[in-house]
Design a protein. Structure first.
Ligand code: ZN
Length: 248
């Protein structure tokens, strides 16, 4: 394992020839409008250091060594989380997960810098431009010559290993997300669905997630609005396509 910046090597791991490394940097307790959260910062690379991201682990309570810990794995979405875009449900899902772990500690929210299913913010805006011409989120990526999905989740495995979490209840509507994390060796004992009601601007996007990406959206995209009971939590930004994508 490589030494981390603070000399603590926990959370680091090499994976065959892909050379994955996830280094713990520091933890701070941050007060927010919805309560206090432990925020653990990491630096992560999955390609031997050529590229690097900074995953953060947002925690309530003491999940260390726990089983069946509620976990949401959330990919960054500047457009909804910062700008307030109504084109997707990411910000709403983030808030639901944040509230869930505050009300049901211990819990973990892992925030990854993988905007637009990993293609980056600028490419995501380019895809939006094509969607204005009628393409859906999957076809827009393909028209740009971009992969449907180039996210990778080795940092999630390493961060949970760093915390000694033995099994999780994953907050997601995306069955493939569970499969991908299980392939990485995580033990997912339950899925916690988390549905955000579709509205005018996100209905097309959420319907695409359901029809083309195998997401379990239930009444969120049905004709009749569903009542949100807040008992779920949920996730996934943009989900994944039906076709397998290369995972490292
Ligand atoms: Zn989004």
């Amino acid at each position: 394992m490589e030494p981390s910046l603070n000399g603590n090597s926990s959370g680091s791991r090499r994976d065959g020839d892909s050379f994955v490394s996830t280094q713990f940097v520091a933890e701070s307790l941050i007060p927010t409008a919805s309560g206090k959260y432990r925020v653990r910062a990491y630096r992560h690379s999955y390609d031997g250091g050529r590229t690097c991201s900074e995953p953060t682990c947002i925690i309530t309570g003491r999940p260390e060594g726990g089983e069946g810990v509620p976990v949401r794995v959330h990919d960054a979405c500047f457009t909804s989380e910062v700008l307030g875009s109504l084109k997707c449900d990411c910000a709403d899902q983030f808030r639901l997960a944040q509230r869930y772990i505050q009300e049901h500690p211990p819990g973990i929210l892992i925030y990854l810098q993988q905007e637009g299913r990993g293609i980056g913010l600028a490419n995501k805006i380019a895809a939006y431009a094509l969607q204005e011409e009628g393409l859906d989120t999957v076809d827009a990526n393909r028209a740009l010559g971009l992969p449907d999905d180039c996210r990778e989740y080795t940092s999630v495995r390493n961060i949970l290993a760093d915390l000694g979490v033995r099994s999780i209840r994953l907050m997601t509507n995306n069955p493939r997300k569970i499969a991908v994390l299980e392939e990485l060796g995580l033990v997912v004992v339950e899925r916690l669905p988390c549905l955000v009601q579709a509205q005018e601007h996100s209905l097309g996007y959420l319907t695409t997630k359901q029809n083309r990406m195998s997401h379990i959206m239930g009444a969120a995209v049905a004709d009749e609005p569903a009542e949100l009971d807040g008992s779920f939590c949920f996730w996934d930004h943009d989900g994944e396509p039906l076709q397998p994508s290369p995972m490292t």
